[in-house]
Design a protein around this ligand. Structure first.
Ligand code: CAO
Length: 423
């Protein structure tokens, strides 16, 4: 029996580096090449292997210590047998640890690991720090192939994994079909029933995910004072029957939106060729309307809304929403829009964060108008306020422009707008 020391070997860039993991403890048997500690520099981390077989007698460093070449890591107790075998091995194998050696070893490990990962027979091995790093970035550590000994995953492997995923984002189908598997199945918690997703929802999900993942969305919230507009709207009667005309606020909002789109053309555009910095400006005003149907959400267009009266738009709203609900609408009607309005005003709620209907660059969310006490003309008055939630593509529209757009829209819905002429 004799005691031997294991010290930090020469490992190139790793000088005065932090010990992030101690992988052995007193009394444990180690074999040559078993990892004993993990050290980390600014750029990467590496495991230090045992240089011979034996039983750990004493661990001389702890997590957080800083080490350099030659620092003592362990004292290992060796039996006569182990000593003999080491002497023989040392004669044959004694070589300085060079970068080339290290590289070869890593390459060998990568090859072995590729096999291990393919048959998926082992859980991934990584330090708590690396696991935390992967978790924070939303990466499933079990998908990563480690480059260290026995497939151990280090921070660089996580970074390389993410880069390879980012490089693949052009392959949309792969990203979208990526299945996130919950750690515990729902059935672990009670009775469940699996149903088919409605076809329209399935189709829409692809577009929604594409929009959500490719467009940097920002939403500005505001309120329009529609007191006068509502007085006017509810006073409208049919000239033949004398009955109240049933026109909802939405038809007025379509008209007001078109007036704002004329003033702010970037809201009526599409970014079709971002690589070459090209924007498509539209000279038409086709307003999309989100329609809630039993089959899922559909977005038909009110074409050339600039040339239509509010009454006409109101009738068309009824026609297209009925066509959607009865699945009697042409597919092409879901394409070629300027900007979309999604109104929850008939249902309830105030502000929300609508998802842009790609390839458009903005969407207007409308909440339920409410009577509120507003400081108006030097005193508090009861006014009818309409909640507006404008989501826009920040690549083309800035926050200030969006705030100005909302101001203009509020004007257009306010008492000075010539909606009376547009009915
Ligand atoms: N504030 C207060 N009341 C409102 C309102 C508003 N912003 N908007 C509509 N209303 C009132 C209408 O005046 C009508 O009242 P009356 O019955 O007294 O006449 C009632 O609410 C119902 O209106 P409506 O919803 O039937 O009609 P609309 O023109 O406002 O909307 C349509 C048409 C197709 C947009 C609507 O039927 C619909 O599908 N809405 C849901 C859209 C949706 O789901 N968006 C969310 C997309 S994000 O997932």
């Amino acid at each position: 029996m004799s005691d031997k020391e294991i010290k930090v070997p020469n490992i190139g860039e790793f000088k005065d580096v932090e010990v992030i993991e101690v992988l052995v403890s007193n009394g444990q048997s180690v074999s040559k090449n078993d990892p004993i500690i993990t050290i980390e520099s600014d750029k990467s981390s590496v495991e230090i292997p045992a240089s011979f077989d034996g039983k750990v007698k004493s661990v001389k460093i702890k997590v957080g210590d800083r080490v350099s070449e030659g620092d003592l890591i362990l004292i290992v107790e060796q039996s006569g047998e182990e000593e003999k075998s080491i002497e023989q091995k040392t004669i044959k194998e004694a070589k300085p640890v060079t970068n080339q050696n290290q590289k070869e070893k890593i390459e060998k490990v990568i090859q072995t690991q590729n096999l291990i990962k393919k048959d998926n027979s082992e859980a991934s091995s990584a330090s708590p720090k690396v696991r935390k790093f992967a978790r924070e970035l939303g990466v499933n550590i079990n998908e990563i192939v480690g480059s260290e000994r026995q497939g151990r995953i280090v921070e660089d492997d996580v970074k390389n994994f993410i880069s390879s995923k980012i490089n693949k984002t052009s392959d949309k189908t792969e990203v979208q079909s990526k299945k996130i598997v919950s750690e515990f199945p729902h059935s672990d918690f009670g009775e469940i029933e699996v149903k088919d997703m409605p076809r329209v929802k399935k189709l829409a999900s692809t577009y929604l995910v594409n929009s959500w993942t490719t467009i940097p969305h920002v939403t500005n919230h505001d309120e329009a004072d529609i007191t006068e507009m509502e007085d006017f709207r509810t006073s409208l009667t049919d000239m033949y029957t004398g009955e109240r005309k049933k026109i909802t606020p939405l038809a007025f909002i379509v008209k007001a939106l078109v007036a704002s789109l004329k003033k702010f053309p970037s809201f009526n555009s599409s970014i079709d060729d971002i690589e070459n910095g090209k924007i498509t400006m539209k000279n038409y005003f086709h307003v999309g309307i989100a329609v809630d149907t039993p089959h899922g959400l559909m977005v038909p267009k009110i074409r050339n809304a600039d040339n239509k009266s509010i009454s006409y738009i109101s009738n068309e709203l009824k026609t297209v929403s009925d066509q959607c609900r009865n699945l009697k609408i042409d597919k092409k009607e879901f394409f070629g829009g300027s900007m979309t309005i999604t109104s929850l005003g008939g249902i309830g709620g105030s502000f929300f964060t609508p998802i842009i209907n790609y390839p458009e660059v903005a969407i207007l969310g409308v909440g339920k108008a409410q009577k509120k006490q507003i400081f108006f003309n030097g005193k508090f008055e009861t006014r009818t306020m309409l909640p507006l939630s404008l989501s826009y593509d920040h690549r083309i529209i800035d926050g200030a422009e969006a705030a100005r757009f909302n101001n203009d829209l509020k004007e257009n819905l306010g008492k000075n707008f010539a909606y009376k002429l547009a009915v």
